[in-house]
Design a protein. Structure first.
Length: 257
């Protein structure tokens, strides 16, 4: 178990949320500390993306509290980067890679402004960090799924955030691309706290530091592994998984009748 020396960077207490009266999250408690690399996993419809949107301030809880970097999610937004799940791009939109990344320097409510030299240098640095600067003049719609993903991560990083959220970041990337991407995140985690929503626990387990299993409620484990209780809570059935390259079957203990 890791020694905790600071206040949580994310603090969720007694959180409840519903869509049109249908419960999505119930009595959620979660604390994430600086330097963590948290994987948020669970079944489709279990509330993973909803929980992230609540922590980003894109949704408001029915009750309970959320503090991010010691502030409300909306007030913390300037120090938070976000790569949303849907990376689909309308290929008819005439916008370049460089322009997409520059959009990460805009702040909600501030209105349109001319981008400064500092903004442009930040966009260049972010693209270079992701190995995409040579594509800066390319229309975003002409890129492959993996290339678009890197550009969107660059946009999330261009404001130099302290905390980065990624929702299914490797959904459109092949296995080799996933490995390279998570190696990049592992290096980035030295300076940025990361929360990633993903189904790719097999790949993620080599890089993350903790796991939050979400299925209406949240079960947190401060190690990069799935516990039997987490599997039961999430999937309610025996599940085959692979950890450290070896297959494991998670089953209930059967007693003789």
């Amino acid at each position: 178990m890791r020694l905790i020396l600071s206040e949580p960077i994310i603090d969720v207490q007694d959180l409840w949320f519903s869509y049109h009266g249908l419960p999505v999250l119930e009595n959620v408690r979660l604390q994430v500390y600086q330097g963590d690399f948290l994987a948020v996993i669970g079944p489709n419809g279990g509330g993973k993306s909803t929980l992230v949107k609540l922590m980003l301030g894109l949704l408001e809880p029915d009750r309970g509290s959320i503090r991010v970097l010691g502030r409300s999610p909306r007030k913390a937004a300037p120090d938070v980067g976000y790569m949303p799940q849907d990376t689909g791009v309308n290929q008819s939109v005439p916008i370049t890679v460089f322009q997409v990344v520059l959009m990460g320097r805009m702040r909600g409510g501030s209105g349109w402004r001319r981008f400064s030299l500092s903004d442009q240098k930040a966009a260049q640095a972010a693209l270079e960090r992701l190995g995409m600067y040579d594509f800066r003049k390319r229309p975003i719609g002409e890129l492959s799924g993996g290339q678009r993903q890197r550009v969107l991560v660059a946009r999330a990083l261009v404001s130099d955030p302290k905390l980065l959220f990624l929702d299914e970041p490797t959904a459109s990337v092949d296995t080799q691309g996933q490995t390279e991407f998570y190696e990049f995140l592992k290096d980035l985690n030295e300076t940025v706290t990361i929360v990633v929503v993903s189904h790719d626990f097999m790949v993620l387990s080599s890089y993350i530091k903790s796991v939050a299993c979400v299925n209406r409620q949240v079960h947190f484990h401060d190690r990069p592994e799935m516990t039997k209780d987490m599997m039961k809570m999430a999937y309610h059935c025996p599940v085959e998984l692979i950890a450290h390259g070896l297959p494991h079957r998670v089953l209930d203990v059967h007693k003789d009748s």
